[in-house]
Ligand binder design. Structure first.
Ligand code: HEM
Length: 145
């Protein structure tokens, strides 16, 4: 009996898997964010290492390109806001994204000047902006990712 239950549980999990995945919203914005995510992970690991500055600058260029594109898009969470608050929500999001971009540009300047200690601090601030931006603008059920 127990083994049947186990088989049934595993079969259910396998059957439901693809549907659960399909339920996660993929948007233009989430695709840009995913690209930023890959580049940021590498950047965070290596920013202190000056022998990697050329690659770090390439990662920053990827982040910048996707952040510029992201600033023109709208978060999914907008639809959950009352109509009267939607325009402000989007304007606030875009303003935050522009602040984030300014931070990216400062990090670029620090690396170009060979100041890795400063770049490391700025990357930590980029991480803070990431957390704050998600807290405010990312739909709660998307936060798990
Ligand atoms: C280092 C900076 C950042 C990284 C690495 C990053 C990464 C990500 C990742 C991996 C996702 C999930 C994408 C998916 O669902 O497949 C995401 C979603 C999202 N992020 Fe970011 N993010 C960053 C900064 C920001 C900032 C500064 C904001 C807001 C000003 C922001 C707003 C959002 C929103 C709104 C979503 C949900 C997508 C949607 O609504 O369509 N992110 N981000």
């Amino acid at each position: 009996m127990k083994i049947r239950l186990l088989i049934a549980t595993v079969a259910c999990a396998l059957a439901a898997g693809p549907f659960l995945h399909a339920a996660e919203t993929e948007t233009e914005l989430s695709k840009k964010m995913d690209k930023m995510g890959g580049a940021f992970r590498a950047l965070r690991r290596q920013v202190a290492d000056s022998s990697k500055n050329a690659d770090s600058l390439a990662r920053l260029a990827t982040i910048k390109e996707n952040a510029v594109a992201s600033a023109k898009l709208e978060p999914v969470m907008k639809a959950d806001k009352p109509k009267a608050e939607q325009a402000k929500f989007v304007a606030d999001y875009q303003a935050e994204m522009k602040k984030f971009l300014a931070l990216v540009e400062k990090t670029e300047a620090a690396l170009k000047a060979g100041n890795n200690a400063e770049a490391e601090k700025l990357v930590a601030q980029m991480g803070d902006a990431n957390k704050a931006g998600h807290k405010q603008f990312k739909k709660p059920d998307e936060k798990k990712k």
